[in-house]
Design a protein around this ligand. Structure first.
Ligand SMILES: *Cc1c(COP(=O)(O)O)cnc(C)c1O
Length: 398
């Protein structure tokens, strides 16, 4: 580890193998994976369709180059277009790269319209990645601190609100796009009210702005629909994907529709690895499995079970502020920092995460079954109760 850059505070566990919602560490201990590598392995581990697709594709050709036509990439773009209503896809290797593509697309679109200093509206508490453009778009000082000067050309407003956006529209003629997560993930599983995405769609239509949705975490069936914005019955102009798209192989995508889909022309953007045959075969198998195994329906059912179970078991427990979520994107907000619950979970054989200091985040695989959901609820409710009681019993420092 001394030869690794010190970018992560790592837990003292190594995962040796996985199967479905379970993983085993190098000591042979088993864990229920309620995090899926942060919304990545939505089909669970070692899903037979993905394993077969990767093995078959690897034996044929792993990498060709975007200098040639790539049939696996064209087929994946067709499938994504069908399930999203978007027209064209650009493939890259991660979420931040997908957002970089969206940011470049919006700027180029602005320049085409004679706007020389295009501005993209972004949200407080947003997370869009760690590259210079995407950390500038991110709404977290922690992510940005030390990397100034940040990229110019972003205007920030509170998430889920209407008036600040209206006011910006009346003041700023340089705005070309809004970039937002339909549900904020890293920010703490924040779900805007029902009509907010429709409000954004209307506002963007009225102003001639592009509506760009970052579905990197909320997409790929996690919330019970292919994409979280589909619950609101709208279609964005640009959407970014990564995380769950390839069930663990690194693939991202920036999808665009209508005018926005025609902005890039040869030479304006690219990626050496982006959309290579291997990752596209894995992503195609992932999409096929989500559809054919009815995993979105399952995500809705299991998410309902987990939220209802937690609500019942944590009912009246002081310190539990709110249990919220959609499908299998679930947050339990406590009234205090609770990062240590992650290691309590490890000891109890459960992989979870804490984000935004006070929010326990669950991102279980879409293949979860009721018995596993029950085990997750029982284990986690016990851990949270014990944590809050131990805190209450501890003598006050000072
Ligand atoms: C994780 C995440 C990203 C960044 O993805 P990387 O693959 O880590 O670059 C961007 N947006 C959202 C909403 C995310 O959750």
């Amino acid at each position: 580890m001394q030869h690794l850059m010190n970018t992560y505070g790592r837990l003292p566990v190594s995962i040796a193998r996985g199967e479905g919602p379970w993983v085993w560490d190098t000591e042979g201990r088993r864990y229920l994976d309620a995090l899926t590598g942060i919304a990545v392995t939505g089909l669970g581990h070692a899903h037979p369709r993905v394993v077969a697709a990767i093995a078959e594709q690897a034996a044929r050709v792993i990498h060709a180059s975007n200098l040639y036509r790539i049939p696996e990439q064209e087929r994946l773009a067709d499938t994504l277009a069908r399930v999203s209503g978007m027209d064209r896809a650009f493939f890259c290797n991660s979420g931040c790269e997908a957002n970089e593509a969206a940011i470049k697309l919006a700027r180029l679109h602005g320049h085409h319209r004679g706007i020389e200093q295009p501005v993209i509206v972004v949200m407080e508490k947003a997370f869009h990645g760690r590259t210079m453009a995407t950390l500038s778009a991110t709404g977290s000082r922690k992510v940005q601190a030390g990397f100034e000067p940040l990229l110019a050309g972003f205007a920030r407003v509170p998430y889920g609100e209407r008036a600040p956006l209206e006011s910006l529209a009346s003041r700023n003629g340089q705005v070309v796009a809004v970039l937002a997560e339909p549900i904020q993930g890293e920010g703490g599983i924040h779900i805007p009210d029902e009509g907010w995405l429709r409000f954004l769609r209307d506002l963007c239509d009225r102003q001639g702005w592009l509506l760009m949705l970052d579905e990197v975490q909320s997409g790929m069936g996690r919330t019970g629909r292919w994409f979280a914005h589909q619950h609101a019955g709208i279609v964005p102009d640009v959407m970014t994907l990564a995380k769950g798209l390839g069930n663990g192989v690194p693939i991202g995508a920036c999808l665009a529709r209508g005018h926005a889909a025609e902005v890039f022309t040869p030479g304006k953007h690219g990626s050496t690895f982006g959309g290579n045959p291997l990752v596209c075969a894995a992503a195609q198998a992932t999409l096929d499995a989500i559809e054919q195994e009815q995993l979105m329906e399952n995500a809705t059912r299991m998410g309902g079970l987990i939220r209802a179970g937690l609500a019942q078991k944590l009912d009246g427990v002081a310190g539990v502020r709110q249990i919220r979520g959609k499908g299998l994107m679930i947050g339990i907000e406590l009234d205090r920092p609770c990062g240590e619950l992650v290691s309590h979970g490890l000891r109890a054989g459960l992989l979870i995460n804490v984000t935004s200091e006070t929010v326990v985040r669950l991102l279980p695989p879409l293949i979860l079954q009721a018995a596993e959901a029950g085990l997750l609820v029982d284990t986690l409710a016990g851990l949270i109760r014990a944590f809050l009681q131990a805190e209450a019993a501890a003598p006050v420092a000072g």
